[in-house]
Design a protein. Structure first.
Length: 166
């Protein structure tokens, strides 16, 4: 299943590689991705997978033999091509659903956080240094609040999700 949508210059292709009946629909994922983008023509792909595909990609590209919630694969701009391909996000539905329950969040709120978090990585943000992490988290909070979602870092002393995408 695929949903291709365009708004404000960002084309979003959403693919479901697995059945995920409790997961937000493609148009919601696309809305959250577009909320991160302010610029000209660009495109991004979001692939919702199961644990096996997530584990395989995480092992191949990050050396971690386990499924993870979100992986970001940025793409370098191609010279002479007017539309910028931002890259791909791979979101593992079962991991996101499990983490949402563990963290006492709705699946929708946690999925929104993973899309926004992954998109910010595609846009060059990271959280390696503390000051960069603070800027990135502030931007995540701002975008998510625009959709009415609570602060995803509000319970930082509780077991946290494993946002460890590349």
């Amino acid at each position: 299943m695929s949903e291709r949508d365009q708004d404000a210059g960002l084309s979003v292709d959403v693919q479901f590689a697995v059945r995920a009946p409790g997961f937000p629909p493609p148009e919601r994922l696309a809305d959250w991705a577009r909320a991160c983008w302010h610029g000209g023509a660009a495109s991004v792909s979001i692939r919702v997978t199961g644990e096996e595909e997530s584990r395989r990609l995480n092992a191949e590209y990050r050396g971690k033999d386990r499924p993870t919630n979100v992986l970001s694969f940025p793409c370098d701009p191609m010279p002479g091509v007017p539309e910028r391909l931002l890259g791909d996000l791979v979101i593992c539905a079962p991991v996101v659903e499990r983490e949402a329950v563990e963290q006492g969040k709705s699946v929708e709120a946690h999925a929104a956080h993973m899309v926004v978090h992954g998109m910010l990585h595609l846009l060059g943000h990271d959280h390696v240094r503390e000051e960069d992490a603070q800027r990135m988290e502030a931007r995540e909070r701002e975008i998510l609040a625009g959709f009415g979602f609570p602060d995803p870092y509000e319970h930082e002393n509780e077991p946290e999700s494993q946002i460890d995408e590349s």
